[in-house]
Design a protein around this ligand. Structure first.
Ligand SMILES: CCCCCCCCCCCCCC(=O)SCCNC(=O)CCNC(=O)[C@H](O)C(C)(C)COP(=O)(O)OP(=O)(O)OC[C@H]1O[C@@H](n2cnc3c(N)ncnc32)[C@H](O)[C@@H]1OP(=O)(O)O
Length: 245
């Protein structure tokens, strides 16, 4: 079933008159027929969960502004490329990948990305990832919401592990394509206060065939305090493996 759906989706993409981009996926018919979206009363744009919202505190905004200023800027006239690139973040990435809108209906249609499954702003995982492809590293600003409590007033170790897996996995996936976590080693050095903002730094250590070794450090935003250290191993997989085939 899934195999034939993947095939159908590939066929669909190859016959599609426009490349399926985020916009094209979310607004396919109207965009292809050249109609103005201004007349359409419904917004079909996917929500980018990594954009600033009212729950972000000043420190989170400050980090966001700092890295945004270092990002590539493209205008109609010129293209200035900064070393950093802000990644968008959706609650079902499959839906917004080329042809994935159909797959996302067939495969666990109610599934949502673990870290993006709360609609309430600020309750759980608020984060944004900035990628530096040249240096094969990324930085994530993470503000931990009140639903992530472990020890009283502090962030649950499992929530920290989730964010480390997410950030290191995003880096590995960005650099080499689809991956799965094979191993995660974490040392918790000092607790993270709930509501606080930390930076999650991740960098590629080395590539060995299908194996991607990545390191990670969770620090205060001024980097003076180390909260957590980790190493992770990811394995390159084909799309079939991701879908359990
Ligand atoms: C595209 C969607 C984008 C989404 C964006 C949202 C961002 C969110 C990001 C969230 C990210 C969240 C991500 C998640 O949460 S992923 C979910 C959690 N992870 C899993 O469920 C993975 C389950 N395991 C497997 O599927 C397989 O075992 C994998 C794929 C990992 C390996 O497969 P397989 O077993 O068939 O491997 P191989 O035989 O080809 O071996 C290859 C090499 O690897 C070495 N090896 C293997 N395992 C280990 C190990 N444990 N320690 C040390 N080494 C290991 C092995 O010795 C060999 O080495 P060598 O002999 O070549 O030297």
């Amino acid at each position: 079933m899934i195999r034939s759906c993947l095939k159908a989706s590939r066929t669909f993409i190859s016959h599609c008159p426009v490349a399926l981009s985020h916009d094209a996926v979310s607004q396919p018919v109207l965009v292809r027929r050249g109609l103005s979206m201004g007349l359409w009363p419904f917004s079909a744009s996917p929500r980018d969960f990594s954009l600033p919202n009212a729950s972000w505190n000043a420190e989170m905004r400050q980090v966001y502004d700092h890295y945004t200023a270092l990002c590539e800027v493209k205008t109609e006239d010129s293209e200035e490329t900064g070393p950093w690139h802000k990644l968008p973040s959706y609650n079902r990435s499959l839906k917004h990948a080329a042809g994935g809108v159909y797959l996302s209906k067939l495969i666990q249609s109610k599934a949502r990305l673990f870290t993006r499954n709360k609609k309430e702003y600020g309750a759980a995982f608020e984060y944004v990832i900035f990628m530096n492809k040249q240096e094969k590293r990324c930085v994530c600003a993470f503000q931990a919401g009140h639903l992530l409590e472990g020890p009283p007033g502090h962030v649950h170790g499992g929530a920290i592990a989730t964010m480390i897996d997410t950030v290191t996995g995003t880096l590995a996936g960005y650099l080499v394509g689809p991956v799965m976590t094979a191993n995660l080693n974490i040392n918790y050095r000092s607790p993270i206060p709930l509501g606080g903002v930390v930076l999650i730094h991740s960098a590629l250590d080395r590539l060995e065939g299908k194996k991607i070794f990545v390191n990670c450090r969770v620090t205060s935003t001024d980097e003076s305090k180390l909260h957590t250290e980790a190493t992770a191993l990811f394995i390159s997989v084909n799309m079939g493996h991701l879908f359990g085939m």
